[in-house]
Design a protein around this ligand. Structure first.
Ligand SMILES: Cc1ncc(COP(=O)(O)O)c(C=O)c1O
Length: 389
């Protein structure tokens, strides 16, 4: 079958929820992905900021293969070694004490919000404008973008309030004696790669401590090295009460988690929360291999260096195109290029030239390449972007 036939069948058989790019991808290695006609692309979006190791990283593939031959799924009725190994490793690298495994970012946030409500015995959650926390009804209620909530508005859970991102005074005003938690992304991804002021998160931490409020940091997009630290909240020197993760955690396998302190973990008792698939031996083997690679193959320093390199190059092409490029921002390898106009046509043009990039918030080109990206690949991207602009 060729691409046209596959795309036609997809339209016939799939519920129409995704605006897909018209290519059918078949295989990949590193940054390179190849479609079924043999056209090659350099992937600067990593499957929505997921593939931190690029495509088919040998140690990750090896670990998934080995585990698949041994044991894939057992449910949480029994214990498994890879899940416990990964929990120990990750917890040793963070300020948290306990983990719960889920299967996606939305499910991680859903569980974190439930835990905050259960632990505090309070009912109000504060989130921020332009945030994105997921597509379940509870996480949509927390998501600060009306376009996603509109069709479900009468069915969304109650108790959610939204305040402008990066506005500490608005946050203070929204707090009541019923506030259970504040949920915030350290850098807003989907909302346009929005970086807060350096004291925004530290002030949230202080306000939460003073008022007995749970500080939930959503690291679903920013975590696992993406922003040049293992987790982006480390850049701002804060210690949240709960951290939610997904995307990069397993290098591409569907997996998520939330982590918390010993004290807050006491909020849940057996039966209060659960999942069939979470923490399976297969995904945890993948997560172990991904974390090993991030740490031992020095990929986070590569992220810092390549992030600097790409930003310098972008600043340089901005000089030639300051009528189109308004701003360049982000940390590590989560980079937003704000344009003065709609960005979709540039995504199309870049793809036709062999580069996968994304546009979010209408006019922000979002780059989130694998953390293994090198200077040569960046040079190719910049060269093409310069020409297209
Ligand atoms: C910050 C953030 N939180 C939550 C989610 C939802 O994750 P998922 O699509 O895995 O449910 C996303 C997805 O883009 C995200 O960027």
């Amino acid at each position: 079958m060729n691409s046209e036939e596959i795309i036609k069948d997809e339209k016939n058989y799939f519920i129409n929820t995704f605006l897909r790019q018209p290519i059918v991808l078949d295989h990949g290695k590193g940054l390179k992905v190849v479609d079924i006609e043999g056209n090659e692309y350099l992937d600067f979006f990593s499957g929505i900021a997921v593939n931190v190791l690029g495509h088919c990283y040998p140690k990750l593939v090896e670990s998934i293969k080995k585990q698949a031959e041994k044991l894939i799924h057992i449910s949480n009725i029994y214990y498994n070694v890879p899940a416990v190994e990964f929990a120990k490793k990750l917890i040793n690298l963070t300020s948290f004490d306990k983990i719960f495994y889920s299967n996606s970012g939305a499910e991680s946030n859903e569980g974190a919000i439930k835990l905050a409500i259960k632990y505090t015995g309070k009912s109000e959650i504060i989130s921020t404008t332009n945030s994105f926390h997921g597509r379940t009804l509870l996480t949509l209620a927390a998501t600060g973008q009306d376009k996603y909530k509109e069709p479900y508005i009468k069915n969304l859970p109650q108790g959610f309030k939204e305040v402008p991102y990066n506005d500490i005074e608005a946050l203070k005003e929204a707090i009541t004696d019923q506030t259970a938690a504040i949920i915030v992304e350290p850098i807003q991804g989907e909302g346009g790669v929005n970086v807060p002021d350096p004291d925004y998160l530290p002030q949230i931490e202080k306000i939460c401590k003073e008022n007995g409020i749970i500080f939930i940091i959503d690291e679903v997009q920013t975590g696992f090295g993406r922003c040049g630290k293992l987790f982006a909240h480390e850049i701002f020197g804060v210690k949240p009460d709960i951290m939610t993760v997904a995307k990069g955690i397993g290098g591409g396998v569907p997996m998520g988690a939330f982590l918390t302190t010993n004290e807050v973990a006491e909020g849940f008792n057996p039966g209060d929360h659960g999942t069939t698939f979470g923490g399976s031996p297969l995904v945890c083997a993948a997560a172990n291999a991904t974390l090993e690679a991030l740490i031992h193959d020095d990929l986070i320093s590569n992220c810092v260096n390549m992030g600097k390199y790409i930003k310098e190059k972008l600043e340089h092409i901005k000089e030639n195109h300051n009528d189109i490029i308004k701003d360049i921002r982000g940390y590590g390898l989560l980079i937003g290029i704000e344009l003065t106009k709609d960005g979709d046509e540039y995504v199309d043009k870049m793809r036709k030239k062999g580069f996968l990039v994304n546009c979010t918030a209408h006019n922000v080109l979002r780059l989130a390449p694998p953390l293994i990206v090198n200077k040569n690949e960046i040079d190719q991207l910049i060269d093409t972007l310069d020409k297209i602009l």
